[in-house]
Design a protein around this ligand. Structure first.
Ligand SMILES: C[S@@+](CC[C@H](N)C(=O)[O-])C[C@H]1O[C@@H](n2cnc3c(N)ncnc32)[C@H](O)[C@@H]1O
Length: 324
């Protein structure tokens, strides 16, 4: 299948608003090239330039852009029209913001190009000074033995760990994980959150995703980290509607649920959370943009959760709560 790479040129100020609008269209894996990050890198003396040289050379123009990848089918064509529509409306809607030129460029990629294109943006990085997320194709010169290394190749599934939402989730997992917990990873994508939980000491993890690709990728990534079916099961389907699937996943069983999807989907699934969790179990919900935090908090409280923490990173928020 072919894919269309859609590049929207904008400014640092425009990035968050455009990314928020993309998420409202259900596109939550945009690749962001922020020119201000390039400026910061230029002035950072402690940077290991081995990792960044080539990428930053490509960003010399100091113009920010957001790239999204749309399938070459009717849904992709529909999304492209929606993107054109909201980009056109931005200057009218936010008169005080400098969006730059807001040009849209498209490029057709075949499967292989698409699968490899984003890899140039994915470099090893550390979360909470504890876990190093390492793409399989990168080599370390000097691995840090005090840290846990999580190997990952997300393939075509979401979840490199670099996205604010994934990182917020892993930070909370590091804080709340206790030995031998059982974890349910709803919307597992690449499997990164399940794998992180098992490397942090969880006894078992179960992942679930509506995307068959994600199920396959999550299993492959688990194996890269020496995690196999005895500790990690992955299910495909929509848990909100499928009671058989809910039974297979298991009721009142989990100590922690991690869910990193957009607010609307989280709230659609949320009535299942108290069914899966043990009393006193935790939910770490990420992928929520600031304007929906109050809605999600209210929803969780009505379901019997006590909010423990709300954390944010740029426009993104994670909510950690405990089932009373
Ligand atoms: C933002 S990604 C998160 C991936 C990974 N857990 C992470 O934190 O990086 C959201 C994932 O949720 C999946 N998803 C979306 N709606 C879903 C639903 N109703 N049930 C299960 N998975 C869903 C998507 O296919 C996607 O893989």
């Amino acid at each position: 299948m072919n894919w269309t790479e859609v590049t929207i040129y904008t400014t640092t100020n425009g990035i968050e608003i455009i990314n928020g609008a993309l998420i409202n269209l259900g596109i939550n894996d945009a690749v962001i090239e922020d020119a201000s990050v390039f400026e910061d890198f230029l002035h950072n003396d402690t940077l290991n330039w081995d990792y960044y040289d080539e990428d930053l050379a490509n960003m010399k123009s100091c113009e920010s852009c957001i790239k999204v990848y749309l399938a070459d089918n009717n849904q992709g064509k529909h999304l492209f029209k929606e993107i054109e529509k909201f980009v056109e409306s931005l200057k009218e809607e936010y008169k005080d913001i400098d969006f730059g030129r807001l040009d849209i460029e498209t490029q057709i990629l075949n499967d292989e190009d698409w699968a490899n294109n984003w890899k140039q943006y994915f470099k090893p990085f550390t979360v909470s000074d504890k876990i190093i997320i390492k793409p399989t194709w990168e080599e370390f010169n000097e691995p840090d033995e005090d840290k846990i290394i999580l190997e990952i190749d997300p393939g075509m599934s979401f979840g490199t760990g670099q996205h604010h939402t994934t990182r917020l989730c892993i930070e909370q997992m590091i804080k709340y994980m206790e030995k031998d917990m059982e974890v349910l990873d709803m919307g597992c994508g690449s499997g990164i959150l399940s794998i992180a939980s098992l490397l942090l000491g969880a006894k078992k993890a179960a992942g679930i995703d509506i995307d068959e690709n994600a199920v396959k990728t999550a299993k492959e990534n688990a194996a890269l980290n020496n995690i196999f079916e005895d500790r990690f099961s992955v299910y495909c389907g929509d848990v909100t509607e499928d009671e058989d699937l809910q039974r297979k996943i298991g009721f009142n069983r989990y100590d922690m649920i991690a869910v990193n999807i957009i607010a609307q989907i989280i709230m659609g699934m949320s009535p299942t959370f108290p069914k899966f969790l043990k009393k006193g179990g935790l939910i770490i919900a990420s992928g929520v943009i600031k304007k929906y935090v109050d809605d999600v908090v209210k929803d969780f409280e009505l379901l019997g959760f006590r909010i423990l923490e709300i954390n944010d990173s740029e426009e993104w928020v994670s909510i950690t709560a405990e089932l009373r």
